[in-house]
Design a protein around this ligand. Structure first.
Ligand code: SF4
Ligand code: SF4
Length: 330
């Protein structure tokens, strides 16, 4: 079936063999479904929200500027083996990319996406999906959901109409299953414990914008941006004109991060977030308050990537738990 999936212009994306990120595969031997291994260092968001992409090219034709649209592909983008903490990412980011302005670059790719999720049996001290209303057995965000039954066998559940349509040519490769067996497998999954209450974090941030807790944590943050780039739902970007001359150039959309000092620097020289304390506060407030206030979604899936990779061991779940205990003391 993997061979068939790779035909017909589909881009099949799996975690890479080193666990660094996700890559487009060319052969069935590269299929990896890591339901019981640590999530890759970075998520697959780059396949719907490109690290860098041209918006348009321009040429000066003396009287008028000539604009050329950037080209893109048109096959399906199939994420194969998305744990529940990855499977929800496109859905969560869609809220901001369709709010006041509809981002055609994101939407065009998101529409072509098929998420084949997998129930997750991995957990470590950094996982906290259950604290942000996700769980390792949840098919939410998946179009098709795999439940591992043993080393080689998966139960396949069709979750959405999009998933049903996508899988219909491949049904001949599947055999009739036993629903009780997949329920039993799901029931055996051990969930990570809940570390904090997101609603209390949200409420506390709203009332404690100037709290010293942000100074304590922000003073250790290096502003490297690893947390934002690894995250499945961080979505800041910048727009710049590159390779410019009077004659021609291109306008690019590039990943950016609120942890960078230049992110909010105005052309006047004023910077409203002029230290790392303010920038780290923005990270926490955006994830647990602003996004939740505006879109009813927490901007975090509890994958733990930002904490695993942070060079100074800032653990976002611990920060949220500390906010909860500070709130309880007041
Ligand atoms: S990875 Fe850690 S040090 Fe780097 S910006 Fe994020 S919180 Fe700060
Ligand atoms: S904030 Fe951290 S734990 Fe939450 S989704 Fe992003 S990388 Fe994962």
């Amino acid at each position: 079936m993997a061979e068939e999936l790779l035909k017909g212009g589909n881009a099949v994306i799996c975690e890479d063999e080193k666990g660094r990120g996700w890559k487009r595969i060319d052969s069935p031997s590269e299929v990896r479904i890591n339901h019981n291994e640590v999530p890759s260092n970075i998520s697959y968001k780059e396949f719907v929200f490109s690290k860098t992409e041209p918006i348009f090219y321009f040429k000066n034709r003396k009287e008028n500027y000539e604009l050329a649209e950037a080209a893109d592909g048109n096959g399906k983008i199939v994420f194969l083996g998305a744990k529940p903490c990855d499977a929800r990412s496109v859905e969560i980011m869609s809220k901001v990319f369709n709010w006041d302005y509809k981002d055609k670059f994101f939407n065009e790719k998101a529409e072509r996406t098929i998420v084949i999720g997998v129930a997750c049996s991995y957990k470590d001290e950094f996982c906290f999906c259950t604290s942000v209303n996700i769980n390792p057995a949840s098919p939410e965000g998946s179009d098709i959901f795999l439940v591992p039954l043993d080393e080689k066998e998966y139960a396949v559940r069709i979750i959405t109409e999009k998933g049903k349509e996508f899988i219909s040519p491949y049904l001949k490769y599947l055999t009739e299953g036993n629903a009780a067996r997949s329920e039993e497998a799901l029931g055996k999954i051990k969930w990570p414990g809940k570390k904090f209450e997101p609603g209390k974090v949200r409420e506390w941030i709203g009332n404690n914008f100037e709290h010293k807790l942000f100074d304590e944590i922000g003073s250790t943050c290096l502003g490297c941006g690893q947390c934002a780039f690894a995250c499945p739902v961080c979505h800041c970007f910048d727009i710049v004109d590159e390779e410019c001359s009077y004659e021609c150039g291109r306008r690019m959309k590039n990943w950016d991060a609120c942890q960078f000092g230049l992110f909010t620097l105005h052309s006047s020289g004023h910077n409203p977030r002029d230290n790392q304390n303010k920038r780290y506060r923005q990270r926490i407030a955006h994830k647990f308050k602003y996004y939740a206030d505006k879109f009813g979604e927490i901007l975090c899936t509890g994958c733990g990537r930002c904490s695993r990779g942070c060079p100074v061991q800032i653990d976002i779940a611990q920060v949220a738990a500390e906010i909860n205990s500070t709130a309880n003391r007041v």
